[in-house]
Design a protein around this ligand. Structure first.
Ligand SMILES: Cc1cc2nc3c(=O)[nH]c(=O)nc-3n(C[C@H](O)[C@H](O)[C@H](O)COP(=O)(O)OP(=O)(O)OC[C@H]3O[C@@H](n4cnc5c(N)ncnc54)[C@H](O)[C@@H]3O)c2cc1C
Length: 457
């Protein structure tokens, strides 16, 4: 039987689901899969995006780990596509490639002052509090009043982590440096701003409701935002999710506030105009225009400009994918151009042997579960395209590890990941916690390769 030698680039949920689906698929050929991941740990945004105080979602790594632990997928961790291995290399050694490189960067918010000192991207902050090795170890948490721009779940994650007392995050896997940073934060007020009304938010009810349960944090909503137009009333009456969100917000309208040492304010109908700076170039206020519902579910400006004094601002207006060397990229949408996962060239013609799945295929929206259906579609095409796969010069399994060694790439494998995993769990156990994440890349690699290095003397 012929063998499909497949490279998958990116060991987030999309890449791991694609591998799993292909291995389970009824097909007339054998499959050998190599998974390349730039980090020494797999799981993508499940490890480095999902908030640490969401252990149920973080628990999805258990299902992903089961897939890897079956042992029929080889992992090459700490290998960056475009630097350590190229598209030409993959063509020489595989029949096809699936890119599942996700998204880790912030989308832009094009308003004056967005580059001031004290203005941050939510994705960078998330990478910090989730212990991503490629961001600085410390985060400047010196602001008492903070603005968070956006009305999706990432805005809520960022606001919650900012407003929460650091002690309440101790049961999670946050690294020591993150705990220390959050502990020193003098924050008292976190203001979340959305352009539209409470019936048009993109939060999910569970994430919203959770804010009301934070210890020593008052939820503040404003009566002026609840003068619903017909479109909002209809959404509240007919859309279950919006009904629940409305119920949660209405409860907060009647709650006493004032007892807590921190407040989390939700402002609706606020269109960002400018991040205002002081003479030293530091963020000093957020200026916005009050909007009003336009009857069709959208909003119009009212011309009324308001300003809130703040010392830091986080834009949570979406993630964006990054281009990969030698692979087509759609700058406008931040994705690899594709039709149902078949990567397209400039003329919108499918490029043989090149596929995409997950956030880099579809854009950075949707939950982890969505990456599964996404992977099914891509894998389906990969299987039926057998006639157009590449014919590799050297398909031997030893060729790629030999190439990486020759290039001096210190790659890790499944055993290395197990070793790092065990090390993190042991660090946690010493302090009565489930796990403490290791952050510096070198320390991750050390923990992964310690046994191998010891054996090699
Ligand atoms: C802040 C945040 C919170 C979220 N919370 C939830 C939640 O609570 N519930 C939920 O269901 N979903 C949540 N999501 C969504 C979920 O994380 C995504 O749906 C999912 O991770 C997308 O999977 P992916 O595999 O496409 O991308 P990713 O998870 O981004 O994985 C991509 C992988 O590719 C690797 N990679 C990138 N470039 C290269 C390269 N050049 N070479 C090698 N490897 C590379 C990356 O290191 C990464 O491991 C959240 C997302 C964010 C941003």
């Amino acid at each position: 039987m012929p063998t499909l030698r497949l490279a998958i680039v990116g060991a987030g949920p999309a890449g791991i689901y694609a591998a799993d689906i292909l291995l389970r698929e009824a097909r007339g050929f054998d499959v050998a899969i190599d998974l390349f991941e730039q980090l020494p740990a797999p799981y993508g945004l499940v490890r480095y995006g999902v908030a640490p105080d969401h252990p149920r979602i973080k628990g999805i790594v258990n299902a992903l780990r089961d897939v890897l632990d079956r042992g029929d997928i080889r992992i090459f961790g700490n290998v960056r596509f475009g630097e350590d291995i190229t598209l030409d290399d993959l063509k020489r050694h595989y029949n096809a490639v699936v890119f599942s490189t996700g998204a880790i960067k912030d989308a832009d918010l094009d308003i004056p002052g967005i580059d001031l000192d004290g203005s941050y991207g939510a994705a960078d902050f998330v990478s910090w509090f989730d212990g991503h090795p490629d961001v600085p170890r410390t985060w400047p948490l010196t602001a008492e009043s903070v603005a968070v721009i956006g009305n999706g779940n990432v805005a809520l994650d960022v606001s919650r982590i900012l407003a929460k007392h650091a002690e309440d995050l101790l049961p999670t896997e946050i690294p020591a440096s993150v705990y220390e940073g959050l502990q020193s934060s003098p924050v008292t007020d976190v203001h979340v701003f959305g352009r539209r009304g409470p019936a048009q938010v993109k939060f999910t009810p569970l994430e919203l409701r959770e804010l009301g349960e934070l210890r020593d944090v008052d939820m503040v909503v404003y009566d002026e935002d609840f003068d619903h137009d017909e479109a909002s009333k209809l959404a509240i009456a007919t859309n279950k999710q919006v009904t629940v969100i409305d119920r949660v917000l209405q409860q907060w309208r009647t709650r006493e506030v004032g007892a807590a040492s921190r407040r989390l304010h939700l402002h609706f109908y606020a269109k960002p105009l400018e991040v205002v700076g002081d003479e030293a170039g530091k963020v000093s206020a957020f200026r916005y225009e009050r909007t009003r519902p336009n009857g069709q579910g959208g909003v119009d400006g009212t011309g009324e400009v308001r300003e809130v004094p703040i010392q830091a601002l986080y834009r949570a207006v979406g993630y964006v994918g990054s281009p990969l060397p030698g692979v087509p990229f759609d700058e406008r949408y931040g994705v690899i151009p594709n039709h149902e996962g078949k990567v397209l060239d400039e003329d919108a013609t499918p490029i043989p042997g090149v596929y995409a799945t997950g956030w880099i295929k579809r854009g950075p929206v949707g939950l982890i579960g969505h990456t599964k259906s996404d992977a099914m579609e891509t894998v389906q095409h990969l299987v039926t395209d057998q006639g157009s796969w590449w014919t590799p010069e050297d398909p031997s399994p030893e060729a790629v590890p030999a190439l990486l060694r020759e290039r001096g790439v210190e790659y890790t494998d499944l055993q290395g990941w197990h070793a790092l995993d065990e090390h993190e769990i042991a660090l946690g156990a010493a302090e009565g916690r489930a796990r403490i994440k290791v952050v510096p890349r070198e320390a991750m690699i050390d923990a992964s390769l310690r046994r191998v290095r010891a054996e090699q003397g």
